[in-house]
Design a protein around this ligand. Sequence first.
Ligand SMILES: Cc1ncc(COP(=O)(O)O)c(C=O)c1O
Length: 378
Amino acid sequence: MPGWEIIGKEESNSLKKLFKDGGVLLAHGFNNYRKNYHVREFEQRAKKFFKSKNALAVTSGTAAIKIGLKALGVKKGDKVITQAFNFIATIEAILDLDAKPIMVNVDKTLNMCPIDLERKINSKIKAVIPVHMLGVPVELNKVCKIANKYKVPILEDNCESVGAKYKKKYLCNFGEVGVASFDHAKTITCGEGGMIFSNLKKIDKFCREYHDHGHENNSNYPRGMDTRKIYGFNYRMTELQGIVGKVQLTKINRILSENKKRYNAIKNNLSKEIEIRKIPDHSEPVYDTFIFFIKNKKQKKQIINFLYKKGVGTKNLPDAIKWHCASYWGHALPANEVNHCKKTFDILQNSIAIPILIKKNINLYKEIGKKISKLYVK
Ligand SMILES: Cc1ncc(COP(=O)(O)O)c(C=O)c1O
């Protein structure tokens, strides 16, 4: 989340340099008018950092999901499973392909419940999209095992957890495809932007061509004479975003470690009686959100008011719950899928999410932990 908090001088200097060097804003071509290919460099650096074989920059995380699903062969009428605590974008990407979203509840990890997945999956499902919500990895051991059993490919939606690891490996390396978002609210940002990771050459090739009108970027020809086998669309990232993305990537380790200190400041000062979000074993989250559960409505209100007074707020839960819980998505989902999400609705009704901001002093988070403990009555 805090990429936007520490955006400024370095990004601004790099943009000035981009214009000084010719100001080519397209990721491709104009070879004689430029010194660098920033989007391509951003891809190379992201690929190296997140240890994936391929990385492709695109216009947004939403576009990345849609292109990734297309690469998996999802088409009209196909069923795609995803989870009920999510962002509407994942559902929109499925619907934009005229496919059908099938909803699975979340559990106390606030990510895909493997037990509910097992109930809903069968070998006719075209893809499963586990979503690593608010910085925390899905229980990938279990989810991947189930999907593999039915031979259903996985697209990891990692828009909200860029930088998190599971079993010491960065997310986006566990399924056939993984996607990231760099919109303004994400771990690192370039305003709008996304990335598609895949360790499969075939998937990367399709996404690369599809996002760029079918261009094969054949090095034997100038761009205007480029070769093509498929038609595509335009989901290209611009050089403006690419150069900002490169700078932000250099800040990610600082962001992750500052997040963790503040997360632990809340945790270490919070009464042990308060139930907190379950973090799956083997995971190293982004620690950009601290989530806990309060059943008592009056207490919940008092705690939320306190968080507002402190200038912190409650992020998605409950601030933006209507955009993140499928129970509110009757405009996009059939009634049976909306109704299935009742369990998720109940869990989210009792959840409070504290955003971690790294420009805020650690003492504030200690104070928050202590005060919430005081307001909590069993
Ligand atoms: C879980 C999830 N998926 C997808 C997206 C879409 O990303 P973008 O805003 O880059 O289109 C978001 C963005 O908020 C998200 O939180």
